[in-house]
Design a protein around this ligand. Structure first.
Ligand SMILES: NC(=O)c1ccc[n+]([C@@H]2O[C@H](COP(=O)([O-])OP(=O)(O)OC[C@H]3O[C@@H](n4cnc5c(N)ncnc54)[C@H](O)[C@@H]3O)[C@@H](O)[C@H]2O)c1
Length: 143
């Protein structure tokens, strides 16, 4: 298993490293420190399953000057990861979305099918975070 992380400073990166301690002690785990939005992804190995949870999370910080970070870590990183594995023999690409994609939906819980074809039960995105992997834009790239 190969883990990938850029250790962004959205919160204390030392916490992220501490969370990885157990995985790093496993002989079959390897860590690649890569920024999926910028770095050359040729270093990523062939894989059967890609479990994509890298993101700039949070809703409030996605407004204003932080928007660039959201588009890079979420939309661009997702698109580049998909490109890396386009044509590869992947069994599965698992992608973490968010309730942000539903925006101000008319009612909750909102079922996953609601975004297809923009049914009337789906509201407008309520923050720029809705454009993150998490997000309407990145979800569209995955589809
Ligand atoms: N925590 C929540 O409440 C919540 C809610 C909805 C969706 N999500 C989604 O779940 C997933 C995991 O969230 P989390 O709460 O574990 O967040 P997290 O911040 O703990 O983990 C995300 C990791 O991605 C890494 N990362 C960010 N940009 C990167 C990049 N360009 N390249 C490589 N690594 C990068 C960060 O350093 C971080 O370690 C995300 O996709 C997030 O959007 C989380």
């Amino acid at each position: 298993m190969v883990g990938v992380d850029a250790f962004t400073d959205y919160y204390d990166p030392s916490l992220k490293r501490r969370n990885l301690a157990v995985a790093l002690s496993h002989p079959e785990f390897r860590l690649l420190e890569l920024d999926l939005g910028v770095d050359d992804l040729a270093a990523l190995p062939e894989a059967a399953v890609v479990f994509h949870q890298a993101a700039q999370p949070g809703v409030r910080a996605s407004w204003g000057r932080q928007f660039e970070a959201y588009t890079r870590h979420n939309v661009l990183a997702t698109q580049r990861l998909l490109e890396r594995y386009r044509g590869a023999r992947l069994e599965r690409f698992v992608y973490a979305s968010s309730s942000s994609v539903y925006g101000d939906a008319e009612r909750y819980p909102t079922d996953e099918g609601c975004c297809r074809g923009r049914s009337r039960r789906t509201g407008s995105p309520s923050s720029p975070a809705s454009t993150s992997p998490c997000s309407t834009a990145a979800t569209s790239v995955c589809r």
